[in-house]
Ligand binder design. Structure first.
Ligand code: ATP
Length: 240
C-alpha cells in the first residue's frame, strides 16, 4: 500500500473573523518531496502555513503530520513536533548574533548535535561562518534569509516549511538559496513545503505544486506540468 503522506491537509477552511481565508483546501506532502504552493498576493498561502501551525486554527477539515492529528493542537505544541518553519519576513532574532540564532534553532530538539550542526550550516551557507558573531538585525536581506533557513534546519526537521524565501532578494541570492534547498533534498532526502510568489523558481525546484486562488486550491500537478500549463503561464509566469 502507498505510504501515508508526511503532511496532509484535508478539507481545511480557516477564517479571520467572518472572512473565509481558506476554502476547503487539500494539500499533501510526501516524505522526500519538495512541494510548492504558488498564488498571487493575498491568495492565502501564508494563511495555510500559519493554519498548519494552529494560528488561525482550522475551523473545518483535518491536518495530520507524521500520522498525528494536529488540527486542534496549540501552536506551542506543534512547534515541538519535527516540522520547522522559516516564516515570511524572516523573523530572526535581530539583537542576537548568528551563532545565538542558530542555538535557538537547535534548542527545539534539546540542543544535541549543536557543534556538528553549526559546522554543517556554516558549510551550507559560508556567509554565516564569516558573520558568526554579527547581530542578525545588521545582516543583509539575503543573509537574514539564509540565517532563517539555517535556524530552521538546526532542529533537524522532518519537514521544512519555507514561506516566501525569495521575498525581496536579488536573483543571484534566490538562486543560491534554492540550489541549497535542492541539494539538501537530493543528498539527505529533506522534505520541503515551500510557499512562493515567485512561481517560476518555485515550480522549477518542486516535484509537485499547487496553485491557490482566493483561498482555494484550483490546480495541482508536477512542477513541470504546471510550468507548461497555459493558464499558469498567463497568470504567474508572463514577464517573470
Ligand atoms: P502574500 O503573498 O501577499 O503574502 P498570501 O497568499 O500569503 O499573500 P495571506 O497573507 O494568507 O495571503 O492572506 C490571505 C487573505 O487573508 C488576504 O486577503 C489578507 O488580507 C487576509 N488576512 C491575512 N491575515 C489577516 C489577519 N490577521 N486578519 C484579517 N485578515 C487577514
Amino acid at each position: 500500500a502507498a505510504k501515508a503522506p508526511l503532511l496532509s491537509v484535508r478539507g481545511v477552511s480557516a477564517y479571520y473573523g467572518s472572512i473565509r481565508a481558506l476554502k476547503n483546501v487539500d494539500v499533501e506532502v510526501n516524505e522526500g518531496e519538495i512541494v510548492a504552493l504558488i498564488g498571487a498576493n493575498g491568495a492565502g498561502k501564508s494563511t495555510l502555513m500559519m493554519t498548519i501551525f494552529g494560528q488561525p486554527q482550522a475551523r473545518e477539515g483535518t491536518i495530520t503530520f507524521a500520522g498525528q492529528d494536529i488540527t486542534r493542537l496549540p501552536t506551542h505544541e506543534i512547534a515541538r513536533l519535527n516540522l520547522a518553519q522559516s516564516p515570511e519576513g524572516r523573523r530572526i532574532f535581530s539583537r542576537m548574533t548568528v551563532r545565538e540564532n542558530l542555538q535557538m534553532g537547535a534548542a527545539v530538539n534539546g540542543g544535541k548535535h549543536f557543534a556538528e550542526d553549526l559546522e554543517r550550516m556554516c558549510t551550507l551557507f559560508p556567509r554565516l561562518r564569516e558573520r558568526i558573531d554579527q547581530r542578525g538585525g545588521t545582516m543583509s536581506g539575503g543573509e537574514q534569509q539564509m540565517l532563517a533557513i539555517a535556524r530552521a534546519l538546526m532542529s533537524r526537521p522532518r519537514l521544512l516549511m519555507l514561506d516566501e524565501p525569495s521575498l525581496g532578494l536579488a536573483p543571484l541570492v534566490v538562486k543560491q538559496i534554492f540550489s541549497t534547498v535542492r541539494e539538501l533534498n537530493r543528498t539527505e532526502g529533506l522534505t520541503v513545503f515551500i510557499v512562493e510568489q515567485n512561481a517560476y523558481h518555485a515550480l522549477k525546484l518542486a516535484h509537485r505544486g499547487y496553485v491557490m486562488v482566493t483561498g482555494a486550491v484550483t490546480m495541482s500537478g508536477t512542477g513541470q506540468a504546471l510550468l507548461d500549463d497555459p493558464q499558469v503561464k498567463a497568470a504567474y509566469l508572463e514577464g517573470g
